[in-house]
Ligand binder design. Structure first.
Ligand code: ARG
Length: 471
């Protein structure tokens, strides 16, 4: 059979043009969604009396068979049939004869492809919320196991103030929580049906868009037919959410890479998540976080790529829009890989509590606290800051830490010091002094973990509910 759209042509398509314009090599990933959309469409055509019931049944049976063949791998697509939509239609007609040609009544590939993408992406969104939730749980479990682990907190990558390692990990739980929330919020926009928009203007057939929406589990339909076929915001939104997730993962990656270096030795990643060097026998490289850090670039690239494809594009459908797919599939795969690996990598990570503790005993990260001590004695903070600055300088010159100074030495800098400062300066007390909501004191972090656990339960319930809805 010739091309499904071959009627007005007198020449064969140039071979190179065929290859250049075809999308089947990558949009074959949408096969299931394409059949799903077609089944709902043809059911509606029957209900509306646009097609006789017999034809509808024949078409549905045929579509099921085509999908089974695709799933079994007993199906060969043809570049000449351009994309998944026409490949499936062709396979249907081969299977059931000319009646298969009635499927496309009242429909265009423009509203069809948009529908497929919505169906595809809403499933992925639920899967990503699930993966994020699992990563959050892994981080939260590590946090629970490290409520007594004190570690230097950094600003400018310089030791700043000691914190609980649990507090540091819980920061990421919050970030990934916002990421999940963003995806959950985007679901309502993804879950809007474009089908029924026709090529751009609607259709002359008395279709029922709301019936199709209901069958496919869409909460609403696009209000405007031009918008329905032109909109790719929902993909852009996904690509930007994915970029933010990768950005968060890249920051955690960078920390894991630093922490597992010999210079830090704060953590050790499990052997199962590292690789060796082909020349240096001693090496154990943190390849997974390094690759996640690196792959963040391609995920950003896919976002910028599609933004640029859509920039200045006139309404409605333009072939440019076929470029929406490869980047999206690539981002889905890249993000899946990263999130799937991260949760078990965090779970199996060994935390060197002693090395961390030792680190806080050998720095000046308790300096703010003796400044605060002087403030509590009535000294204005600026003056206290100056006094402690001088004290720290003295320590550096003497090759000592604050806790090594005698009370006489302290008193050289201010008469307000008394021997309670030795308690104040203990890292554990420094940590627990920050007992404000959201702070690093043990009771605060314990509460934060309890709150996060409740949120994770709610997210898990959302995933269960929406996994069903998005099927
Ligand atoms: N393969 C096309 C795409 O992915 C499907 C829509 C084609 N529509 C058209 N009018 N050529 O965008």
């Amino acid at each position: 059979m010739s091309k499904l759209w071959g009627g007005r042509f007198t020449k064969k398509t140039d071979q190179l043009v065929e290859e250049y314009t075809a999308s089947i090599t990558f949009d074959k990933e949408l096969a299931e969604e394409d059949v799903q959309g077609s089944l709902a469409h043809v059911t509606m055509l029957g209900k509306q009396g646009i097609l006789p019931a017999d034809d509808v049944d024949t078409i549905k049976d045929g579509l099921h068979r085509v999908l089974q063949r695709i799933k079994r791998g007993d199906w060969e697509y043809a570049i000449a049939d351009e994309d998944i939509h026409m490949n499936i239609e062709k396979a249907l007609i081969d299977d059931i004869g000319p009646v298969g040609g009635k499927l496309h009544t009242g429909r265009s590939r423009n509203d069809q492809v948009a529908t497929d993408m919505h169906l595809y992406l809403r499933k992925r969104v639920v899967e990503f919320v699930d993966l994020l939730q699992k990563l959050q749980s892994a981080l939260l479990e590590q946090a629970k196991a490290n409520l007594d682990t004190i570690v230097p907190g950094y600003t400018h990558l310089q030791r700043a103030q000691p914190i609980l390692f649990a507090h540091h990990l819980m920061a990421y739980v919050s970030m990934f929580g916002r990421d999940a929330e963003r995806l959950q919020d985007s679901y309502k926009r993804i879950n809007t049906l474009p089908l029924g928009a026709g090529a751009l203007a609607g259709t002359t057939f008395p279709i029922d868009r709301h019936f199709v929406a209901k069958q496919l589990g869409f909460d609403r339909v696009y209000e405007n037919s031009l918008d329905a076929v032109s909109d790719r915001d929902f993909i852009l939104e996904f690509l930007s959410h994915a970029s933010i997730i990768m950005m968060h993962l890249s920051r955690l990656s960078e920390e894991l890479i630093l922490w597992s270096s010999t210079e830090f030795r704060f953590v050790e990643l499990d052997d199962a998540f590292c690789t060796g060097s082909s020349i240096m026998p001693q090496k154990k490289n943190p390849d997974v976080p390094e690759l996640v850090r690196g792959k963040t670039g391609r995920v950003y690239g896919n976002l910028i790529g599609l933004l640029t494809v859509l920039k200045s594009l006139p309404l409605a459908y333009n072939k440019d829009m076929q470029e929406d797919k490869e980047g999206m599939f690539d981002t889905v795969r890249t993000l899946q890989g990263a999130l799937q690996l991260f949760a078990p990598m965090i779970t199996t990570m060994k935390v060197n509590k002693d090395v961390m503790r030792q680190a806080v005993n050998q720095d000046f990260s308790n300096a703010t606290d003796i400044a605060d001590f002087l403030v509590n004695k009535g000294l204005p903070f600026r003056q206290a800051h100056e006094v402690i600055g001088k004290t720290v300088l003295y320590c550096i010159q003497q090759n000592k830490y604050l806790l090594d100074l005698s009370l006489e030495e302290f008193k050289q800098f201010s008469p307000l010091f008394d021997d309670r400062i030795y308690e104040v300066l203990q890292p554990v007390n420094v940590v627990n002094a920050r007992n404000v909501y959201g702070g690093t004191a043990t009771p605060q972090v314990t509460d934060a973990i309890t709150r996060a656990e409740r949120e994770l339960d709610a997210t898990a319930a959302w995933v269960t509910e929406y996994a069903e809805k998005s099927r």
